[in-house]
Design a protein around this ligand. Structure first.
Ligand code: NAD
Length: 294
């Protein structure tokens, strides 16, 4: 199937995602407020649009990949009016990571079939088309959009109605933050007890303390050669992005009355880590702070 796709927000994630759609043969009209980012996508086969609304106008699917909730609300419902400019039968897809409440507000206000579809997998996942999409919205819109999402990722999970994708993302990343901190603490304790990193890894990776933070993203160099610890904690997944996601989880917890003490503690620790100048350090680098090394 060749679809007409409008794509707005061509940064670290959106740029490679839009290029993968163009490489797959879709007709992709792209827009970003930074002209160089548009040019990079045009070089990969996309067409430049003069505005976000123009990118949306003819498209079967309109996709946004923007920084935060206020950008998403403004892009779809604001003066630039991407939703109003789009065809009444278009499927609108926001892949940004934003708060659940704004995702639901845009879904209710856009007058079109709207999916919230945040991703897991980071910049490498965007480049290699191996992202996981967690999707909220109507069944028919998900069924229509799934083949397009599959060109940018390897899995799209339909989580429920409007906002369910953002809810799943916030919950997943709250687990990730808490397990990473617990994993770091365990390695620091092991160091003090004279246990080698490799010995702890060999036990935990085959025992009940096992998690992605241990087996894929081990926060000490050695046991998992591809983990950021082996390259001085170059991201990977920058601590500033983890802090953003924990803020969204805390907001959702406050709005719903959910008790999330571990999530709150993780937010506090990552806020201090970022405020100490580590925003662009991989989030596993928090082990240095837990060792008392700043
Ligand atoms: P980014 O800052 O690199 O890209 C955002 C892009 O949006 C920029 O190019 C910016 O110019 C553009 N933009 C902003 N306002 C615009 C507007 N009104 N019209 C058109 N373009 C506009 O950010 P990113 O790393 O690509 O992240 C995008 C989203 O994906 C965020 O919500 C982030 O939390 C989420 N995310 C990022 C990662 C990651 O590893 N980078 C992983 C998962 C999810």
């Amino acid at each position: 199937m060749t679809a007409r796709i409008g794509f707005v927000g061509l940064g670290n994630m959106g740029g490679p995602m839009a290029r993968n759609l163009a490489k797959a043969g879709h007709r992709v009209a792209v827009f970003d407020i930074v002209p160089d980012l548009v040019s990079r996508c045009v070089a990969a086969g996309a067409t430049a649009a003069g505005s976000a609304a123009e990118a949306a106008r003819e498209a079967d699917f309109v996709i946004t990949m923007l920084p935060a909730g206020q950008h998403v609300r403004e892009a779809w419902l604001g003066a630039g009016g991407m939703a109003a400019a789009s065809r009444p039968d278009a499927v609108l897809v926001d892949c940004s990571t934003i708060d659940v409440a704004t995702a639901r507000e845009v879904a209710a206000g856009c007058g079109r079939a709207f999916l919230d579809a945040p991703v897991s997998g980071g910049v490498m996942g965007a480049e290699n088309a191996t992202l996981t999409f967690m999707v909220g919205g109507p069944d028919a819109a998900f069924a229509a959009a799934e083949p397009v999402l599959n060109r940018m990722g390897r899995a799209a999970i339909h989580c429920g109605g409007a906002g369910a994708g953002q809810a799943a993302k916030a919950c997943n990343n709250m687990i990730l933050a808490a397990t990473m901190i617990a994993t770091c603490e365990a390695f620091v304790l092991a160091e003090k007890l004279g246990l080698t990193h490799q010995a702890l890894f060999d036990v935990v990776s085959k025992s009940s303390g096992q998690s992605w933070s241990v087996t894929s993203y081990c926060p000490v160099p050695g046991p998992v050669p591809a983990s950021p610890a082996n390259r001085d904690y170059a991201p990977g997944f920058a601590a500033a992005l983890m802090l953003k996601d924990l803020g969204l989880a805390a907001e959702a917890a406050a709005q719903t009355g959910a008790e999330t003490p571990m999530g709150a503690k993780a937010l506090e620790l990552y806020r201090a880590f970022v405020q100490a100048g580590n925003g662009s350090v991989d989030f596993s680098g928090i082990i240095r702070t837990l060792r008392g090394g700043g």
